[in-house]
Design a protein around this ligand. Structure first.
Ligand code: ZN
Length: 211
């Protein structure tokens, strides 16, 4: 079975499906867009949501098992069209164990403008860090160019970015954390848009209350 005891593939598959369902139920994706993956411990393999499959009926065994070299190793359905993006992020960031890519509406509205979500909410400091959420440059879905833009925007430490004219991307050591960051991106985006309607949102990076 596994060549590493540091992960449980069945558990990872369940975690991905649970997050995929939650992403769909919250309206962060519609139809079959968006995708979630998890790396199998420190191996060069990952499981990723399949291409063109509805979230409502997706099962753990439907996930595609792939290598970081983008080979489809197992799974009846093909991997998400964004496999190259996920693989590129794992190759660039050994600290990342899971990736959640959504098309959440409020965050996507900011991504359409090419803007950024400032460090607005106290709670952002604990999972995203006391920094803004920038927008990675645009490239069409499924291209190597998009993967490169996303890797560049994430840099060495970021866990949350927007993708120009597209959606959001959250990374973390595990699926639950990556999904929680994905939720926080959308929450911060919604609050930012609402706040701009009634005043001037205050960026906490300007605050001297934090070290
Ligand atoms: Zn997408």
């Amino acid at each position: 079975m596994s060549d590493s005891s540091s992960f449980d593939e069945q558990q990872l598959r369940s975690d991905v499906i649970q997050a995929a369902r939650a992403m769909w139920e919250r309206g962060y994706v519609s139809g079959t867009v968006g995708n979630i993956s998890a790396r199998l411990g420190d191996t060069d393999r990952l499981v990723i949501t399949p291409s063109g499959a509805p979230y409502a009926s997706m099962q753990p065994e439907d996930l595609a098992l792939c290598s970081l070299q983008c080979e489809h190793l197992a799974g009846e359905a093909g991997p998400s069209m964004e496999l190259a993006l996920h693989a590129a992020v794992y190759c660039a960031r050994p600290d990342v164990g899971a990736i959640v890519h959504s098309h959440a509406v409020h965050a996507s509205a900011i991504a359409v403008c090419g803007g950024e979500i400032p460090f607005l909410l106290d709670e952002m400091a604990y999972s995203i860090g006391p920094i803004s959420i920038p927008t990675a440059a645009y490239a069409p879905s499924g291209t190597q160019e998009l993967a490169e833009h996303v890797v560049a925007a994430l840099g060495r430490e970021r866990v949350a970015i927007l993708m120009a004219n597209h959606g959001t991307l959250a990374v973390a050591p595990d699926v639950a954390q990556a999904f929680a960051i994905s939720e926080l991106i959308e929450r911060a985006a919604k609050i930012f848009i609402l706040a701009k309607m009634i005043g001037e949102p205050k960026d906490l990076t300007q605050s001297n209350t934090r070290k």
